[in-house]
Design a protein around this ligand. Structure first.
Ligand code: PEP
Ligand code: MG
Length: 875
C-alpha cells in the first residue's frame, strides 16, 4: 500500500482533491507543485499511517520505513544533497497537517538533519559560521521541546543567561563562538532530563514523525475536535509533511524576499516587494540588514527574477486575488515558500477590486463583497499623515461619532470658533456638549469634540450631517468654557492651542497633525458603488435638512430624502427671533402672527430641497423637539433675547420657567406639540404644500411631498394631527386649482407605536422608524447620557456594543421587524424605512436587509457606505 506521496520539480503524486489522505497542507503542496509553482521538494506521509498507528497498538505499517527511506533518497537526488552528509547536508522541515486545519497539533521542526558533523557542512555551504550554529541551536531547542518534551523554558533560560554573561540584549549580538557554547549547554539540558540528542539523522526523523503522530492525540487536539464537533473517525488522522530546507545565504546567486502582485498601498498593478541577497528570512525579520527594492534582484539574479515575475502572475490568476509571496533563491534556483492573500490599504482594496473586474479576473459581485464598508468610509474622509500620527500623544478617547481626521486650534465657544474660522484659522470646536445654537460654529470647524453625549447626541447627529469628523462623550476631559481651557489628567489645553481628533477611532491627540485630503466619489469608488446599486434591494435615502445637504446627498447617490428635521431650519440666525416670538406668544393670534412670518422662509427651504431632489421622494417631518430648546437658558443671553422679541426679561424668564421640564426627552415634544399648538402644524403644512405647488407651476417639477408626524404612540394622536394636515393641504390645493398628491405618515419611535403598528397603519401612508428614540425608549437609556455608564456595560460584557451605534437586533430590531410586517399586512402599499442613525451603519443595515423594510436613510456622507453595505447584505 502507498503511504508516502512525493512532490518535486513540477510533479506531485498527490493533488488538491486528496485532502483526506494528504491533509490540507500536503494537498496544497502537491497542487502547487503540479501547477508549476516551484515549492521546495518533499513528501507527505498520509493520514492513513496515523490511523494505522492508533488502530494497531501504536505501530507503523511494515513497509512504511522502506517507503520513507526511498522518498528520502529521491529527495537527496533532486536537491543534490545528502541526508546526514557532512559536506552537503540535506536539511528538512517536519510539519503536521490534517484535512481540517487544527490548532493543538505539533508545530514545525526546522533544520532537521543537523548534527555535530553536518553543521560543519552548513558552515561550508553558506560560508557563515554564525548562521550555521544559530540554526543548530534553534533545531536543538525545537526538537527537544516538541519531539522529546523537554521544557522550552530551560532552553530560553540558557539563552538569556548567555546574553547576560555577554552583557548584550539581542540574540543577534551573540557571535559564532557564543552559539557553539550554547549548543553544548543545550545538549547538557537534554542529559539533565535523561535524554540524549540523537546524532543519527534518521533517528531524528523518526522521532519527529512520531511526535507529529502523537500530537494527533494530544489533549489540546482532542479538545479542539470536541469543541468543533469533529467526530471520532470523521478524519483519518494527521499527515506528516517533510520538505527540503532551502537556503538563501549560499552566496551572491542566493537571497530571500517578499513580494506583492500589486502595490499594497495604492493598488496599482505593479510588481512590488523587497529582496535581500545572500540572506535568510530571519535576517530580514531581525532587521540586521535593509532589503533592496525588488527590481534590484533583476540585476543580481536575472533568471530567478524573471521566473518570479511569471509566477506572481500565475499565482494571482490562480487565487484571483492579490498575493503576498515569500520566496528564497538558493544558488540561482527560485523557491516559493508561501503565498497568501495580501493585506492592503482601503484605497488599494477598492482599486484592486475594480481593476480585477476589468481584467476579467473576478465578477462584479465578488468585487462588491471584497471591499469593506470601512474602506469606503476611509477613502471619503480626511485622514492623518501616518508618521505624524504615530508620534502624536493620545490624551483621551471618546466615541467615534463621525469619521475622519481633523486638526485645529481649539475654541470652546461656537461664536468665537466661527469668527476665528472666518479670519482664516483652522478651528476645532470643543464643547461639554453641543446644542442647536452651536451649529454655526460646528459648520465652521474642522471637527468637533465633546466631553458628554452618545452616538445619537446632538453633536454626533449634526456632525455626521455636516460630514465633519467628531469625537463625542470623551468623559475624561473637563471643559471650562468660561476660562477657556480643557483639562485631562495633568494636560491643559488653552484656547487657541492645537488639538487633533480621529472621528474614526475616537482618539484625541495633543497638538497639530497634518491631515491628508480625501478623494471624492469618483474613479474606482464610484464605479464599485454603481455595481453595488445593481445588487442591493434596500433603497438608500438621505437625512438632509437644507438644500446644501440634499445636493451632497444626490452626489453621493441618495434616492430621496428620508428625513428632513424641520426644526434645524428654525435655528438659522435670522429665524431664531421669529421662532422665539412664536414660543412666547400669549394668545393664538400672537402665535399665528409669528408663524406667518416663518411661513415664507420655510416654504423657500422646502422649494430648495424639492428642487435638489428633482422628483425623488422627500419626507418632511413636522417640528419635533421641546420648545424650551429654542429659548436661552443663561442669564446674560436673556436680556438680549428679551429685547429682540420685545418683552421684558421678567416675562421671558417666566416663559422659560413654564416650559422647563424635568425630562424633556419624554416631554412636550413631537406630536404632542402639534396637538397643543395645531397652528404650527398648519403653518408647516402650508409651507410644504405651497412649495410643491409653486415648483410645479413655476418649474414643472413634480413632487409628492411626504409629511411626517414625529413621536406618535397612539393612533388617535395621528388621527388628530392628520386631520389638520389634510384640511389645510386640500384647501390650498383647491385654492390653487392644481393636482397634487401628498402622503401623510408617521415616525415609529415610541415602543407603543411599534406594538400597535397594525392600528397605526390604518391611518398612515408610510412608516419611518426613528431608531434613536426607539432605542432610547425601549432600553430606557437616555441617548444623551449613556456615556456615563455604557463604557462599563461594554467592558463588563453586559452589552456587546453600543445600541445607539449598532441596532439591538434582538430587542429594538424585533420591534422594527414586526411593526413593518404588521403595517404591511394592513396596507400592502405602506412604505417603510429607517431614519435613525442606524440607517447609515453597515452592521445595522445587514439586519435591516433581513426585514421587509423598503429603505434606509442616512446622513449624506454615509450614503456611499450604506449603498455598499446594502448590496453586501443582499448578495
Ligand atoms: C430618531 O429618533 O431615530 C430620529 C430619527 O429622530 P431624532 O433623532 O430627530 O429624534
Ligand atoms: Mg426621534
Amino acid at each position: 500500500k502507498k503511504w508516502v506521496y512525493f512532490f518535486a520539480n513540477g510533479q506531485a503524486e498527490g493533488n488538491a482533491q486528496m485532502k483526506d489522505i494528504l491533509g490540507g497542507k500536503g494537498a496544497n503542496l502537491a497542487e502547487m507543485t503540479n501547477a508549476g509553482v516551484p515549492v521546495p521538494p518533499g513528501f507527505t506521509i498520509s493520514t492513513e499511517v496515523c490511523k494505522f498507528y492508533y488502530d494497531n497498538n501504536r505501530t507503523y505499517p511494515e513497509d512504511l520505513k522502506e517507503q520513507v527511506e526511498a522518498a528520502m533518497k529521491k529527495l537527496e537526488e533532486v536537491t543534490g544533497k545528502g541526508f546526514g552528509d557532512p559536506k552537503k547536508p540535506l536539511l528538512v522541515s517536519v510539519r503536521s497537517g490534517a484535512a481540517i486545519s487544527m490548532p493543538g497539533m505539533m508545530d514545525t521542526i526546522l533544520n532537521l538533519g543537523l548534527n555535530d558533523e553536518t553543521v560543519k557542512g552548513l558552515v561550508e555551504m553558506t560560508n557563515n559560521e554564525r548562521f550555521a550554529y544559530d540554526s543548530y541551536r534553534r533545531f536543538l531547542q525545537m526538537f527537544g521541546d516538541t519531539a522529546l518534551g523537554i521544557p522550552h523554558a530551560d532552553f530560553e533560560n540558557a539563552l538569556a543567561e548567555m546574553k547576560a554573561q555577554k552583557g548584550v540584549k539581542l540574540d543577534t549580538e551573540l557571535d559564532a563562538e557564543d552559539l557553539k557554547k550554547l549548543v553544548e549547554t543545550y545538549k547538557e539540558i537534554y542529559k539533565k532530563h535523561g535524554k540524549e540528542f540523537p546524532q543519527d539523522v534518521y533517528k531524528q526523523l523518526w522521532a519527529a514523525i512520531e511526535a507529529v503522530i502523537w500530537s494527533w492525540m494530544s489533549d489540546r487536539a482532542i479538545k479542539y475536535r470536541e469543541i468543533h464537533g469533529i467526530k471520532e473517525g470523521q478524519l483519518l488522522g494527521t499527515a506528516v509533511n517533510i520538505v527540503a530546507m532551502v537556503f538563501g545565504n549560499m552566496g551572491d546567486d542566493s537571497g530571500t524576499g517578499v513580494c506583492f502582485t500589486r502595490d499594497p498601498n495604492t493598488g496599482e498593478k505593479v510588481y512590488y516587494g523587497e529582496f535581500l541577497p545572500n540572506a535568510q528570512g530571519e535576517d530580514v525579520v531581525a532587521g540586521i540588514r535593509t532589503p533592496y527594492p525588488l527590481e534590484k534582484m533583476k540585476e543580481m539574479i536575472p533568471q530567478a527574477y524573471d521566473e518570479l515575475i511569471a509566477i506572481m502572475d500565475r499565482l494571482e490568476a490562480y487565487f484571483k486575488d492579490m498575493q503576498d509571496i515569500e520566496f528564497t533563491v538558493e544558488k540561482g534556483k527560485l523557491y516559493i515558500l508561501q503565498t497568501r492573500s495580501a493585506k492592503r490599504t482601503s484605497q488599494a482594496a477598492i482599486r484592486i477590486a475594480v481593476d480585477m473586474v476589468h481584467e476579467g479576473l473576478i465578477d462584479k459581485k465578488t468585487a462588491v463583497l471584497r471591499v469593506q464598508p470601512s474602506d469606503i468610509e476611509r477613502v471619503l474622509h480626511p485622514k492623518f499623515d501616518e508618521k505624524e500620527r504615530k508620534n502624536a500623544k493620545v490624551i483621551a478617547k471618546g466615541l467615534p461619532a463621525s469619521p475622519g481626521a481633523a486638526t485645529g486650534k481649539v475654541y470652546f465657544d461656537a461664536h468665537k470658533a466661527e469668527e476665528a474660522a472666518k479670519a482664516g484659522e483652522k478651528v476645532l470646536l470643543v464643547r461639554p456638549e453641543t446644542s442647536p445654537e452651536d451649529v454655526g460654529g460646528m459648520n465652521a470647524a474642522e471637527g468637533i469634540l465633546t466631553a458628554r453625549g452618545g452616538m445619537t447626541s446632538h453633536a454626533a447627529v449634526v456632525a455626521r450631517g455636516l460630514g465633519k469628523p467628531a469625537v463625542v462623550g470623551a468623559e475624561s476631559i473637563y471643559v471650562n468654557e468660561e476660562e477657556g481651557y480643557l483639562k485631562v489628567g495633568d494636560v491643559v489645553v488653552k484656547e487657541g492651542e492645537w488639538l487633533s481628533i480621529d472621528g474614526t477611532t475616537g482618539e484625541v491627540f495633543l497638538g497639530k497633525i497634518t491631515t491628508v485630503k480625501p478623494q471624492g466619489l469618483e474613479g474606482p469608488v464610484a464605479e464599485l458603488l454603481s455595481w453595488a446599486d445593481e445588487f442591493r434591494k434596500l433603497g438608500v435615502r438621505a437625512n438632509a435638512d437644507v438644500p446644501r445637504d440634499a445636493k451632497v446627498a444626490r452626489e453621493f447617490g441618495a434616492e430621496g430624502i428620508g428625513l428632513c428635521r424641520t426644526e434645524h431650519m428654525f435655528f438659522e440666525k435670522d429665524r431664531i427671533p421669529k421662532v422665539r416670538r412664536m414660543i412666547v406668544a400669549r394668545t393664538k393670534e400672537e402665535r399665528e402672527a409669528a408663524l406667518a412670518e416663518l411661513l415664507p422662509l420655510q416654504k423657500e427651504d422646502f422649494k430648495g430641497l424639492f428642487r435638489e431632489m428633482k422628483g425623488y421622494p422627500v419626507t418632511i417631518r413636522l417640528i419635533d423637539p421641546p420648545l424650551h430648546e429654542f429659548l436661552p437658558q443663561e442669564e446674560e443671553q436673556m436680556a438680549e433675547v428679551a429685547q429682540q422679541i420685545g418683552i421684558t426679561v421678567e416675562e421671558l424668564k417666566k416663559v422659560v420657567e413654564q416650559l422647563h421640564e424635568l425630562n424633556p426627552m419624554l416631554g412636550h415634544r413631537g406630536v404632542r406639540l402639534l396637538v397643543t399648538y395645531p397652528e404650527i402644524a398648519v403653518m408647516q403644512t402650508k409651507a410644504i404644500i405651497l412649495a410643491a405647488i409653486e415648483l410645479k407651476k413655476e418649474e414643472g417639477i413634480e413632487v409628492v411631498p411626504e409629511i411626517m408626524i414625529p413621536l406618535v404612540g397612539h393612533i388617535n394622536e395621528l388621527k388628530y394631527v392628520k386631520q389638520i394636515i389634510i384640511e389645510t393641504a386640500d384647501a390650498l390645493i383647491k385654492e390653487h386649482g392644481v393636482e397634487l398628491k401628498y402622503l401623510v405618515g408617521t415616525m415609529i419611535e415610541v415602543p407603543r407605536a411599534a406594538v400597535t403598528a397594525d392600528q397605526i397603519a390604518q391611518e398612515a401612508d408610510f412608516f419611518s422608524f426613528g431608531t434613536n428614540d426607539l432605542t432610547q425608549m425601549t432600553f430606557g437609556f437616555s441617548r444623551d447620557d449613556v456615556g456615563k455608564f455604557l463604557p462599563e456595560y461594554l467592558e463588563k460584557g453586559i452589552l456587546e456594543h453600543d445600541p445607539f451605534k449598532h441596532i439591538d437586533t434582538q430587542g429594538v430590531g424585533q420591534l422594527v421587524k414586526s411593526a413593518t410586517e404588521k403595517g404591511k399586512e394592513v396596507k400592502s402599499t405602506l412604505k417603510c424605512g429607517v431614519c435613525g442613525e442606524h440607517g447609515g451603519d453597515p452592521k445595522s443595515i445587514e439586519f435591516f436587509a433581513t426585514t421587509k423594510l423598503d429603505y434606509v436613510s442616512a446622513s449624506p456622507y454615509r450614503i456611499p457606505v450604506a449603498r455598499l453595505a446594502a448590496a453586501q447584505a443582499s448578495i
